[in-house]
Design a protein around this ligand. Structure first.
Ligand code: ATP
Ligand code: RIB
Length: 303
């Protein structure tokens, strides 16, 4: 079965500065090279879902600039339904500036631009596609009121909601958490939200309990090269990552979520296999440079 996935989220053009190491405060360094790529957490998640063959639609905003045109073109090339992406006059498309170190570690600064203008009204306009979807995915590079509006529609229509609480936000409105079926923080985000530092299996289980007590039935904590931890319906397990050499981890988490939304049965019955698939997809992403250029197609994941 082909899943229908709706992503509400950010669209950015990524400017990637390839450097040896981060400059110290006050230090000036020369970059080794510079590149640009399509990115943004929401857009990466949508591209990952679409390349894993989900029927994917996007709710978001770009500016009326060349970056906006480029991003719409790239999303369409991946067969993503862009009819609910609003072009905002006199506004910049979102941009991220990525400092990519030789180790593969990145530091990201983003300019929200048009992403900050995504509203609950945008979601109202797209109600029908949410009602016809299987999964609705969102993150925090677009405003939370729009996420709440989207999850309300999804919840009433009994569709599965996936919240990627990134970039990290300390105080997530209870209203949003109550409407969330699956939450997917990484270790840092989880610690900020729950106050529980992740050091071992016990702390992972305690963290999951924290989210379950908020009414969230599915918890997936991603652990970078250590894999991920899942807790659902009274069962939990740690699923290892594939052993690869990472050159750029940008969009690893986004690929994981998009691939998961494409592979998971709407009744969540195949959660283990879907996570293994998502881990394989993100292990391919970290072996290539850039966000969009590194996100694999289903055929590569299954190889
Ligand atoms: P990012 O912000 O870099 O996009 P994230 O912090 O949201 O990512 P991570 O926990 O770093 O998410 O990674 C998500 C998944 O990607 C992991 O659960 C793992 O399966 C895979 N992954 C990440 N880094 C590596 C790596 N170095 N080697 C293999 N797999 C990796
Ligand atoms: O998660 C990776 C994404 O976060 C990048 O593509 C960049 O745009 C930042 O927003």
């Amino acid at each position: 079965m082909i899943n229908k996935v709706v992503v509400i989220g950010s669209i950015n053009v990524d400017s990637i500065m390839h450097i040896d190491n981060l400059p110290k405060p006050g230090e000036t360094i020369k970059m080794n090279s510079f590149s640009k790529a399509g990115g943004g957490k929401g857009a990466n998640q949508a591209v990952a879902a679409a390349r894993s063959e989900a029927e994917t639609s996007f709710i978001g905003r770009v500016g009326d600039d060349s970056n906006g045109k480029l991003m719409l073109k790239l999303l369409k090339e991946d067969h993503i339904d862009t009819q609910h992406i609003t072009v905002v006059p006199k506004e910049d498309t979102g941009q991220s500036y990525i400092l990519l170190q030789k180790s593969g570690q990145n530091s990201i600064i983003y300019q929200a631009g048009a992403n900050s203008l995504v509203t609950a009204e945008d979601v109202d306009q797209a109600q029908e596609i949410i009602k016809q979807s299987d999964f609705i995915v969102t993150e925090f590079e677009t405003p939370i009121p729009a996420a709440i509006a989207a999850f309300k529609v999804a919840h009433t229509a009994q569709k599965v909601t996936i919240l990627n609480p990134a970039p990290a936000v300390k105080e997530i409105p209870k209203e949003l958490l109550k409407l969330t079926d699956i939450i997917t923080p990484n270790e840092t985000e989880s610690e900020l939200i729950s106050g529980i530092k992740i050091t071992n299996e016990d702390s992972l289980k305690k963290s999951a309990e924290f989210y379950h007590n908020l009414g969230i039935s599915g918890v997936i904590i991603t652990l970078g090269s250590k894999g991920s931890f899942v807790s659902l319906n009274g069962k939990s397990e740690q699923i290892p990552a594939f052993k690869v050499k990472a050159v750029d981890t940008t969009a690893a988490g986004d690929t994981f979520i998009g691939a998961l939304a494409s592979e998971l049965n709407p009744n969540l019955s195949n959660i283990h296999d879907a996570i293994v698939y998502a881990s394989k997809a993100s292990s391919l992403t970290v072996q290539k440079l850039g966000a969009f250029p590194s996100i694999p197609k289903r055929e590569s994941v299954l190889k």
